[in-house]
Design a binder for this molecule. Structure first.
Ligand code: CTP
Length: 407
């Protein structure tokens, strides 16, 4: 199970509009069991109050090097020694510069100099600043000294411009932290083929049939597998998610395209995980022209799409095959029926009718049913934790048979 229990993390928050997102990051780290001390710069406090961070971390927030009440002048030395990791999120161009040059004029930058813990910077700034040669030089200097500086995400910035500069998603920052603090390489040597997201079936040139899948579960699986040392091929339907760095991503749209991509990469895979929510039906012959609107009782003939999981199950060989079952009633029984019908080794079943879990949400609550009769009910947790639990289960099931997967 993924955990940061017993880990001391310092979260440095600096003066960017993205400072409020650091609260979400803090909440996630606390949820994973980390002990987090928050240090805020003066400018960060203009964007968010320390009370938010004090409440979430259940610890005093460190703001002032010279506050006699906080004994901060010595605290920065104690914290520098105690910390297993210092994360600066968001990191402004100014803080990156100070860190690169070794300036120490506030609590955070003094701490950065005093510590020997690994450093993780999560930049957020305007695209023009991020691309400025001075900033690039500071980032290169920090990286050359062993610090990890994440790339900012692309998108709309507070200035209204579009480009690189957004704080990466919290899940991506958590992944980087786990990679630094909890490196478990128990999937090295595995080649994992993962499908994610929805598929889209064209109705006409402008419309399609699809479903509410966000792709978050499949992307979390890809990120966890990469962190644990696997090679990952991610066959992804359309999503709004940034693919995990180092995954081989094959973008697809229709079920047929997904099928072809999966079959083309099947031979090389040791584990196949079908997390995609495949469209079950497609319009029979989508017309080349747009269907005119306002037709009373318009009927569009549909035909089933190929069942990719069943095809993979039939050609399984020594691979370990995992399917997902999104159910609204009789969850375990329906999932077991699908496991048997499709020839999977493990089925991840969830009740999508419940609020707060499943489609579009960051959390999931699943039951793992395996071909050997096992049923494991997991508590509600983040999709990243579910991903780790699925890989733990795959490894456990494979190790219980001497020759790997039983026929
Ligand atoms: N799946 C697939 N190809 C399809 C449909 C589903 O590979 N055409 C896979 C999904 O990726 C998932 C599993 O099969 O891993 C179960 O999908 P689900 O839609 O729940 O099952 P269905 O067999 O379509 O059953 P239902 O009638 O409940 O929709």
């Amino acid at each position: 199970m993924v955990t940061l229990r017993g880990r001391e993390i310092v979260l440095g928050v600096t003066g960017s509009i993205a400072a409020y997102k650091a609260a979400y990051l803090l909440r996630e780290l606390v949820r994973l069991g980390a002990e987090v001390s928050v240090v805020m710069t003066e400018h960060a406090q203009r964007f968010v109050g320390p009370l938010t961070f004090r409440t979430l971390s259940r610890r005093p927030v460190l703001t002032d090097l010279f506050d006699p009440g906080e004994a901060a002048a010595v605290e920065h030395v104690a914290l520098a020694e105690r910390a297993h990791l210092i994360v600066v999120a968001p990191a402004t161009a100014h803080t990156l510069a100070k860190a690169a040059l070794g300036l120490a004029d506030d609590f955070l930058t003094t701490l950065l100099l005093a510590t020997r813990a690994p450093l993780l910077f999560v930049p957020a700034m305007d695209a023009g600043m991020w691309r400025h040669p001075t900033v690039e030089g500071h980032v290169a200097a920090l990286r050359a000294r062993g610090a990890v500086v994440l790339e900012p995400a692309e998108g709309e910035l507070a200035s209204g411009l579009i480009g690189p500069g957004r704080l990466p998603e919290v899940s991506e920052v958590v992944e980087a932290i786990l990679g630094l603090l909890a490196p478990k390489r128990d999937l090295s040597g595995e080649r994992i083929l993962i499908t994610a997201g929805p598929t889209r079936e064209p109705v006409d040139p402008v419309r399609y049939l699809s479903n509410r899948s966000s792709g978050k579960m499949g992307y979390a699986l890809a990120a966890a597998a990469l962190r644990r040392g696997a090679e990952v091929t991610l066959v992804s339907g359309p999503t709004n998610l940034a693919p995990p760095p180092r995954a081989r991503v094959i973008p697809v749209e229709t079920t047929e395209e997904m099928r072809e991509a999966v079959l083309a990469h099947l031979d090389a895979a040791t584990v196949v995980i079908k997390a995609a929510a495949v469209a079950d039906y497609r319009p029979v012959r989508p017309p080349a022209r747009k269907i005119p609107g306002r037709q009373e009782g318009l009927a569009i003939p549909l035909t089933p799409t190929p069942d990719i999981l069943r095809e993979v199950g039939a050609r399984k060989g020594g691979r370990f095959v995992v399917g997902f079952a999104a159910e609204t009633e009789g969850v375990a029984a329906s999932a077991r029926a699908k496991l048997e019908a499709k020839g999977a080794d493990l089925m991840v079943a969830n009740d999508v009718s419940r609020p707060g879990v499943g489609f579009e949400s960051d959390d999931n609550e699943v039951i793992l049913l395996d071909r050997w009769g096992g049923v494991l009910q997991l508590p509600r947790m983040s999709k990243l934790e579910v991903a780790d639990a699925i890989f733990d289960r795959i490894l456990a099931l494979r190790s219980q048979t001497p020759s790997g997967v039983t026929p």
